[in-house]
Design a protein around this ligand. Structure first.
Ligand SMILES: [Zn+2]
Length: 205
Protein backbone atom coordinates (compact mmCIF):
# COMPACT_ATOMS: atom_id res chain seq x y z
CA UNK A 1 0.00 0.00 0.00
CA UNK A 2 1.51 3.33 -1.09
CA UNK A 3 0.66 6.29 1.14
CA UNK A 4 0.77 9.96 0.24
CA UNK A 5 1.37 10.83 3.90
CA UNK A 6 3.59 9.32 6.60
CA UNK A 7 1.05 10.40 9.23
CA UNK A 8 -1.71 8.54 7.42
CA UNK A 9 0.51 5.50 7.02
CA UNK A 10 1.37 5.44 10.71
CA UNK A 11 -2.27 5.66 11.77
CA UNK A 12 -3.24 2.87 9.34
CA UNK A 13 -0.39 0.67 10.57
CA UNK A 14 -1.41 1.09 14.20
CA UNK A 15 -5.07 0.48 13.44
CA UNK A 16 -4.28 -2.68 11.46
CA UNK A 17 -2.61 -4.20 14.54
CA UNK A 18 -6.10 -4.84 15.91
CA UNK A 19 -7.48 -8.36 15.47
CA UNK A 20 -9.66 -8.76 12.39
CA UNK A 21 -8.62 -5.39 10.95
CA UNK A 22 -6.67 -5.63 7.72
CA UNK A 23 -4.89 -2.74 6.03
CA UNK A 24 -7.89 -1.88 3.83
CA UNK A 25 -10.31 -1.74 6.75
CA UNK A 26 -7.78 0.27 8.73
CA UNK A 27 -7.51 2.77 5.90
CA UNK A 28 -11.30 3.05 5.68
CA UNK A 29 -11.57 3.71 9.43
CA UNK A 30 -8.76 6.24 9.43
CA UNK A 31 -10.23 8.14 6.49
CA UNK A 32 -13.60 8.12 8.24
CA UNK A 33 -11.99 9.69 11.31
CA UNK A 34 -10.42 12.37 9.16
CA UNK A 35 -13.86 13.34 7.90
CA UNK A 36 -15.30 13.49 11.42
CA UNK A 37 -14.97 16.55 13.68
CA UNK A 38 -11.58 16.55 15.41
CA UNK A 39 -13.22 16.27 18.85
CA UNK A 40 -14.57 12.84 18.02
CA UNK A 41 -11.14 11.35 17.33
CA UNK A 42 -9.78 13.05 20.43
CA UNK A 43 -12.59 11.57 22.51
CA UNK A 44 -11.75 8.12 21.17
CA UNK A 45 -8.03 8.38 21.84
CA UNK A 46 -8.70 9.87 25.26
CA UNK A 47 -11.09 7.01 26.14
CA UNK A 48 -8.51 4.42 25.09
CA UNK A 49 -5.71 6.10 27.00
CA UNK A 50 -7.74 6.48 30.20
CA UNK A 51 -8.86 2.86 29.98
CA UNK A 52 -5.31 1.65 29.49
CA UNK A 53 -3.87 3.78 32.27
CA UNK A 54 -6.59 3.62 34.87
CA UNK A 55 -8.33 0.28 34.52
CA UNK A 56 -8.20 -1.93 37.59
CA UNK A 57 -8.91 -5.55 38.30
CA UNK A 58 -11.20 -6.47 41.18
CA UNK A 59 -9.03 -7.70 44.04
CA UNK A 60 -11.44 -10.51 44.76
CA UNK A 61 -12.73 -11.85 41.41
CA UNK A 62 -10.18 -10.26 39.00
CA UNK A 63 -12.93 -8.84 36.81
CA UNK A 64 -12.19 -5.53 35.09
CA UNK A 65 -13.42 -2.76 37.38
CA UNK A 66 -12.99 0.95 38.09
CA UNK A 67 -12.74 0.34 41.81
CA UNK A 68 -10.85 -2.09 44.06
CA UNK A 69 -13.81 -4.34 44.72
CA UNK A 70 -16.09 -4.66 41.69
CA UNK A 71 -19.82 -3.90 41.77
CA UNK A 72 -20.74 -7.57 41.71
CA UNK A 73 -18.45 -8.55 44.60
CA UNK A 74 -19.55 -5.58 46.68
CA UNK A 75 -23.27 -6.17 46.13
CA UNK A 76 -24.71 -7.55 49.42
CA UNK A 77 -27.63 -9.13 47.51
CA UNK A 78 -25.30 -11.56 45.70
CA UNK A 79 -24.76 -15.04 47.10
CA UNK A 80 -21.07 -15.06 47.90
CA UNK A 81 -20.94 -18.79 48.53
CA UNK A 82 -21.54 -19.69 44.86
CA UNK A 83 -18.72 -18.88 42.47
CA UNK A 84 -18.88 -19.16 38.71
CA UNK A 85 -15.42 -19.73 37.18
CA UNK A 86 -14.97 -17.99 33.83
CA UNK A 87 -12.23 -17.16 31.41
CA UNK A 88 -12.60 -13.42 30.95
CA UNK A 89 -14.79 -10.35 31.34
CA UNK A 90 -16.88 -11.22 28.26
CA UNK A 91 -18.16 -14.33 30.02
CA UNK A 92 -19.16 -12.28 33.06
CA UNK A 93 -21.06 -9.88 30.80
CA UNK A 94 -22.81 -12.70 28.93
CA UNK A 95 -23.88 -14.48 32.12
CA UNK A 96 -24.96 -11.22 33.78
CA UNK A 97 -27.16 -10.54 30.76
CA UNK A 98 -29.12 -13.72 31.45
CA UNK A 99 -30.10 -12.50 34.97
CA UNK A 100 -30.05 -16.20 35.94
CA UNK A 101 -27.09 -16.09 38.26
CA UNK A 102 -26.94 -14.36 41.64
CA UNK A 103 -23.61 -15.66 42.86
CA UNK A 104 -20.14 -14.23 42.33
CA UNK A 105 -17.54 -14.82 39.63
CA UNK A 106 -13.89 -15.71 39.47
CA UNK A 107 -12.14 -14.55 36.33
CA UNK A 108 -9.16 -16.75 35.47
CA UNK A 109 -7.79 -14.53 32.72
CA UNK A 110 -7.47 -17.38 30.22
CA UNK A 111 -7.15 -21.14 30.05
CA UNK A 112 -4.24 -23.50 30.60
CA UNK A 113 -2.71 -23.92 27.16
CA UNK A 114 0.75 -25.46 26.92
CA UNK A 115 0.75 -24.79 23.16
CA UNK A 116 0.56 -21.06 23.85
CA UNK A 117 2.90 -21.26 26.81
CA UNK A 118 0.13 -20.57 29.34
CA UNK A 119 0.51 -22.57 32.52
CA UNK A 120 -1.59 -22.61 35.72
CA UNK A 121 0.63 -19.96 37.30
CA UNK A 122 -0.15 -17.47 34.54
CA UNK A 123 -3.81 -17.56 35.56
CA UNK A 124 -5.76 -16.48 38.65
CA UNK A 125 -6.06 -20.03 39.95
CA UNK A 126 -4.20 -19.79 43.25
CA UNK A 127 -6.53 -17.10 44.61
CA UNK A 128 -9.52 -19.25 43.68
CA UNK A 129 -8.17 -22.33 45.45
CA UNK A 130 -7.35 -20.12 48.43
CA UNK A 131 -10.94 -18.81 48.52
CA UNK A 132 -12.32 -22.36 48.49
CA UNK A 133 -9.91 -23.58 51.15
CA UNK A 134 -10.80 -20.63 53.37
CA UNK A 135 -14.24 -22.24 53.61
CA UNK A 136 -16.45 -19.44 52.29
CA UNK A 137 -17.55 -21.30 49.17
CA UNK A 138 -20.33 -23.88 48.89
CA UNK A 139 -20.34 -24.37 45.12
CA UNK A 140 -18.03 -23.80 42.15
CA UNK A 141 -19.60 -23.64 38.71
CA UNK A 142 -17.19 -24.21 35.84
CA UNK A 143 -18.21 -22.14 32.81
CA UNK A 144 -15.13 -22.44 30.62
CA UNK A 145 -15.27 -23.34 26.97
CA UNK A 146 -15.76 -27.00 26.05
CA UNK A 147 -12.33 -27.24 24.47
CA UNK A 148 -9.36 -29.33 25.47
CA UNK A 149 -7.85 -26.28 27.17
CA UNK A 150 -11.10 -25.58 29.02
CA UNK A 151 -11.34 -29.20 30.19
CA UNK A 152 -7.70 -29.22 31.27
CA UNK A 153 -8.21 -26.04 33.28
CA UNK A 154 -11.41 -27.29 34.93
CA UNK A 155 -9.75 -30.54 35.89
CA UNK A 156 -6.64 -28.84 37.21
CA UNK A 157 -8.76 -26.71 39.53
CA UNK A 158 -11.02 -29.61 40.46
CA UNK A 159 -8.07 -31.74 41.54
CA UNK A 160 -6.97 -29.08 44.00
CA UNK A 161 -10.33 -28.54 45.65
CA UNK A 162 -11.99 -31.94 45.39
CA UNK A 163 -11.33 -32.72 49.06
CA UNK A 164 -12.87 -29.47 50.23
CA UNK A 165 -16.41 -30.80 50.55
CA UNK A 166 -18.05 -28.32 48.19
CA UNK A 167 -20.36 -28.88 45.23
CA UNK A 168 -18.74 -28.59 41.82
CA UNK A 169 -20.85 -28.24 38.72
CA UNK A 170 -20.44 -27.36 35.08
CA UNK A 171 -22.77 -25.61 32.70
CA UNK A 172 -24.31 -27.97 30.13
CA UNK A 173 -22.00 -29.15 27.38
CA UNK A 174 -22.87 -28.25 23.83
CA UNK A 175 -23.39 -24.66 24.82
CA UNK A 176 -21.05 -22.29 23.05
CA UNK A 177 -18.66 -21.01 25.65
CA UNK A 178 -15.40 -19.12 25.80
CA UNK A 179 -14.91 -17.05 22.70
CA UNK A 180 -18.46 -17.79 21.68
CA UNK A 181 -20.15 -17.46 25.05
CA UNK A 182 -21.08 -13.90 24.27
CA UNK A 183 -23.00 -15.08 21.22
CA UNK A 184 -24.99 -17.82 22.94
CA UNK A 185 -28.53 -16.53 23.29
CA UNK A 186 -29.48 -15.41 26.75
CA UNK A 187 -32.30 -17.90 27.28
CA UNK A 188 -30.11 -20.89 26.38
CA UNK A 189 -27.23 -19.67 28.47
CA UNK A 190 -29.54 -18.86 31.38
CA UNK A 191 -31.06 -22.34 31.20
CA UNK A 192 -27.68 -24.01 31.12
CA UNK A 193 -26.74 -22.21 34.31
CA UNK A 194 -29.99 -23.09 36.05
CA UNK A 195 -29.72 -26.73 34.86
CA UNK A 196 -26.02 -27.11 35.54
CA UNK A 197 -24.76 -30.64 36.01
CA UNK A 198 -22.44 -32.10 38.66
CA UNK A 199 -18.85 -31.73 37.48
CA UNK A 200 -18.00 -35.36 38.37
CA UNK A 201 -20.52 -36.64 35.84
CA UNK A 202 -19.01 -34.51 33.09
CA UNK A 203 -15.54 -36.01 33.27
CA UNK A 204 -14.15 -39.44 32.52
CA UNK A 205 -12.14 -40.32 35.58
ZN1 LIG B 1 -15.18 -8.66 41.88
Amino acid sequence: MEFSSKLLERAVNEMSQLPGIGKRTALRLVLYMLRQPKEQTLALSEALQSMRNEVKFCKSCHNISDVELCEICSNPKRNETIICVVEDVRDVMAIENTSSFRGLYHVLGGKISPMDGIGPHDLNIESLVHKVKAGHVSELIFALSSTMEGDTTNFYIYKQIKDCNITTSTIARGISVGDELEYADEITLGRSITNRIPFESSIKL
